[in-house]
Design a protein around this ligand. Structure first.
Ligand code: SF4
Ligand code: SF4
Length: 375
């Protein structure tokens, strides 16, 4: 979107009767008209007109957006608020006016190659994988599975090995750059991206598989949009598993399951059915949908820097999503994103188990429940 198109979009949005406000998760969290799609567009529109430049409060409101694109589902003229917010954040970063906690997060990724400040040398050095003579596949683990949701990583390597792949996990992978792209640090994101493209292109394998939808989006969209080409296809694990359904156990899990669509996998990448096909294959009783599902699914509250800047509001949104899952009567809330799982599990009590897709596959094949997650 160029500057003129963006100006036209925010002008139209500024005149709208706010048809999407009711679904914006940050309106839910703040109960205020500023952190809404319309509120954000109005700030950018005023700035474009020179009526009122973006001040500190405007920067705060723009960094309260989850970039979940739920508003786009409801917007008849198709105003892409998340892309507009991201573009304006790039300008805010260039003007050195980003919130201090976001700058710190970016500096941490630059120095440690992960947003958690963990030692890069221990990213994947603990992973043990049984070598096979099957088809080679690179598993790009992403930061959250490597450092916070390690049972997703081990469940994935076991699942892929069980399907006959020779799984390669490289200690040289860096953060994919998703937190940097989404918060306006595009140049820094591209330096992470260039490193990853060099590493991944040098490995002999048939494909790259990811479990993090944030990684999936940047590897399949942000990298090529910025002229960075990977030399093998990238699959989200759910897509690979959906292609191998006949090799997964059928109807062995006797419990009630519901599914949370991660924003980067669903609305941003259009991958809705593969995770559902896998759950339906493994479950004896199928899947019960939440009222808000697919392109109308509520964000978990963890995206685009919100948890870094406003952890209480972020958790409030996560708790609401868990409440929606409990309403279905499910025993398990399944998702396909380490970041979503981390948030939703932190907001769930013992009545609802939160689990990621590869953990579900391992539960079906081994009969054991996965380990808990860490905050
Ligand atoms: S994003 Fe679309 S529906 Fe929402 S306020 Fe703007 S124009 Fe209206
Ligand atoms: S992208 Fe999500 S958080 Fe941002 S304005 Fe739209 S609905 Fe609200």
């Amino acid at each position: 979107m160029n500057a003129d198109e963006m100006a036209e979009q925010v002008r139209m949005c500024a005149a709208c009767p706010k048809m999407c406000r009711h679904i914006c998760p940050t309106f839910f969290a703040w109960r205020s008209d500023s952190p809404t799609p319309h509120g954000r567009a109005l700030l950018v529109h005023y700035d474009n007109l020179g009526v009122r430049p973006l001040d500190e409060r405007a920067v705060e409101v723009l960094y309260q957006c989850l970039e979940c694109s739920h508003c786009l589902t409801w917007c008849v003229p198709g105003i892409d608020i998340a892309s507009i917010v991201e573009a304006v954040r790039e300008r805010i970063v260039a003007e050195e006016r980003a919130p201090p906690a976001i700058i710190k997060m970016a500096e941490t990724i630059e120095s440690c190659h992960n947003p958690y400040g963990e030692d890069h040398t221990h990213r994947n050095d603990w992973v043990t994988i049984e070598e096979t003579d099957g088809q080679g596949i690179v598993y790009f683990t992403g930061c959250t599975a490597a450092y916070r949701e390690t049972s997703i990583l081990t469940s994935t390597t076991k699942t892929l090995t069980g399907l006959g792949y020779n799984v390669i996990v490289t200690p040289d992978e860096w953060c994919c750059g998703s937190p940097l792209f989404r918060t306006g640090f595009k140049e820094l994101a591209l330096s992470q991206a260039r490193h990853n493209v060099n590493v991944l292109n040098s490995i002999e394998a048939e494909a790259i598989v990811v479990t993090c939808p944030g990684c999936y989006r940047v590897l399949t969209q942000d990298y090529p949009e910025n002229g960075l080409q990977l030399n093998k296809p990238v699959l989200h694990l759910s897509q690979l598993l959906a292609d191998r359904l006949d090799d997964l156990p059928k109807g062995v899990l006797h419990a009630r399951f519901t599914y949370h669509d991660p924003c980067h996998l669903g609305r941003h990448s259009g991958v809705y059915e593969p995770p559902r096909q896998v759950i339906t294959r493994l479950s004896a009783d199928g899947l019960v949908e939440m009222q808000r599902n697919r392109d109308n699914a509520m964000c978990c509250g963890n995206g685009a820097g919100l948890r870094t800047l406003f952890p209480e509001k972020s958790r409030e949104i996560g708790a609401e999503r868990v409440r929606q899952a409990v309403e279905t009567g499910a025993d398990y809330l399944v998702t396909a994103c380490p970041f979503c799982k981390n948030m939703l599990a932190s907001q769930s009590d013992n009545s609802l188990n939160v689990i990621d897709l590869p953990e579900l596959v391992q539960m079906a094949t081994s009969g054991k429940s996965p380990n808990g997650s860490t905050d």
